[in-house]
Design a binder for this molecule. Sequence first.
Ligand SMILES: Cc1cc2nc3c(=O)[nH]c(=O)nc-3n(C[C@H](O)[C@H](O)[C@H](O)COP(=O)(O)O)c2cc1C
Length: 323
Amino acid sequence: MMDWTDRHCRMFHRQITRHTWLYTEMVTTGALLHGDVPRHLDFNAEEHPVALQLGGSEPEDLAKSARLGEQWGYDEINLNCGCPSERVQKGAFGACLMGEPALVADCVKAMRDAVSIDVTVKHRIGIDDVESYDFVRDFVGTIADAGCRTFIVHARNAILKGLSPKENREIPPLKYDFAYRLKQDFPALEILINGGIKTIAEIDAHLQHVDGVMLGREAYHNPFLMAGFDARYYGELDGGLQPTRNDVIVAMTEYARVQLALHGDGGKGLRLNSITRHMLGLMAGMPGARAFRQTLSDSKRLALGDPALLMEALSHTQLVTLE
Ligand SMILES: Cc1cc2nc3c(=O)[nH]c(=O)nc-3n(C[C@H](O)[C@H](O)[C@H](O)COP(=O)(O)O)c2cc1C
């Protein structure tokens, strides 16, 4: 999620679930082909499985960018056909690509020819005032003909004029049944559903109809929801390495220490806050959650750059075990 997630966030989420697929925010072909590639593509080896999401609409540029992603070690390339922002529309990609399925098919084909990892597509169910299911069915059918096997369906329309990206995640109604129908009409394809999903019960209900579920905001705001995923959805019968919140803090303290030593650059480089800002929701719903958040948001303490702040934040919750 642009401006929210990054490799530190994924590293944090990876401490909570070993198997859940993690996605980068959208990275544009322009940023990759003319910008600072390591800044956009660097990630921690522990993040696997991790997918790179691309934004673009030029088959050749997307093919080059996908190749870069594969060379950097990503496990999947995902094409964004769901972002409604004005800036993205000016670049003629994101959700407006849903109006050009033949072009998306060309893009997918060019990327598939360039890499051996999976190329997947994330999209909406329609744009503007399109109400008909046939629109998304034809979109998916055309892209599937180009060889795409996996579709992540954000199950609401994108309104290209008049709504902000935030409103576009809230106002157009969710129509989960459109994603369910896609699975019925294309049983051989992998259909994942996304949009407004917040609980294990909701995930389980969707999995009766589709192959997978993508979480956005809830994963960010309430990340410990993912703690049971390895056992529940990835067949780790003994619960796998199901961590406690305490374990996560300990692991992230060590991670922050190493990262600051490598990239801290005497206060000019990486800041502690760049890592801890993703962790404010770790105690969501638990006693002491507020004090935990406050400690991790204390700008004076963060500026000192001492990862021990994480353990101190933990001590404000009832989870800490004093030795
Ligand atoms: C701040 C923010 C940035 C986002 N950036 C992206 C993005 O880069 N690529 C993308 O496919 N979706 C992006 N999204 C959309 C989410 O991935 C997701 O599709 C949407 O929020 C609906 O799912 P949710 O209700 O589980 O959050 C973003 C969402 C938010 C809140």
